[in-house]
Design a protein around this ligand. Structure first.
Ligand code: PGA
Length: 243
């Protein structure tokens, strides 16, 4: 795991865009998992700017959804697919046939997870995972405890995730209680992982991710042994931590 500490959130997004661009030069046909959440939004904006300027080619990208609430159709305002479409797919011109959804509205959720893992497997795994850090150390909705072998599956959201997700939709009552998440196995085996972290409210959990024991109680702590992982954090989140 490499750690890059930068001044502020804007610098996190700029630096993360540079790291993403550098990983793309190795491979124009890229399989990417792209998180929703607040933190990576400006990174996607930066990638879209680069694409508009002709500095980034996304025509070979295949984008996988990281997580989705159970029982929420694509036209619901809380659909994480819709969020990803607006923030990632449309700005980066990724068409539907190069997108793999995690279908939280499927009748058979286990089959939906199996289909997703199969799609990743048949794409030779993930090249790039763009992730944010949950307040409880989750990656996607791999809630504590999640060990590195956790598959893509249905999960019950923790109280902390319900609280933090309420900020997206208005109220805790608006947050669905269950979700599908890409498993730890597929995320940790991504060839490049970019974890973006900003703000003082992430300082305690980031310290545990970077320097605490590697434990299922802090799922993101498993990134410590991932050579292809770059954590990009601002000073508020990282304190005085350095690589
Ligand atoms: P955030 O969410 O980027 O909105 O802080 C991260 C997460 O919960 O995974």
């Amino acid at each position: 795991m490499n750690l890059i500490v930068v001044e502020d959130h804007a610098a996190v997004s700029q630096t993360a865009a540079e790291v993403v661009a550098a990983s793309i030069t190795e491979n124009a046909d890229l399989t990417v998992v792209a998180a929703t959440g607040t933190t990576p939004m400006d990174l996607y904006g930066e990638l879209a700017n680069r694409r508009r300027r002709g500095e980034l080619v996304t025509s070979g990208w295949r984008v996988f959804q990281l997580d989705e609430y159970v029982g929420i159709p694509a036209d619901d305002r809380r659909s994480l697919y819709q969020w990803m479409k607006c923030a990632v797919l449309d700005p980066l011109a990724i068409p539907a046939d190069r997108t793999v959804r995690l279908r939280g509205d499927a009748a058979d959720l286990v089959a939906a997870c199996d289909d997703y893992d199969l799609a990743i497997e048949s794409s030779r795994g993930l090249d790039l995972a763009i992730l944010g850090l949950g307040p409880n150390g989750h990656l996607g909705f791999n809630e504590p405890p999640s060990d590195p072998t956790s598959p893509t599956r249905v999960v019950t959201l923790s109280a902390e995730s319900i609280r933090s997700n309420a900020a997206y939709w208005g109220d805790e009552e608006d947050v669905p209680r269950c979700a599908l998440t890409a498993g730890m196995t597929v995320l940790l085996s991504a060839r490049h992982i970019v974890l973006v972290v900003s703000g003082g409210h992430k300082r305690g959990i980031l310290e545990r991710v970077l320097r605490g024991p590697v434990t299922p109680e802090v799922p993101a702590s498993h990134l410590q042994s991932c050579g292809g992982c770059t954590v990009i954090a601002d000073r508020l989140a990282a304190g005085h931590a350095s690589a």
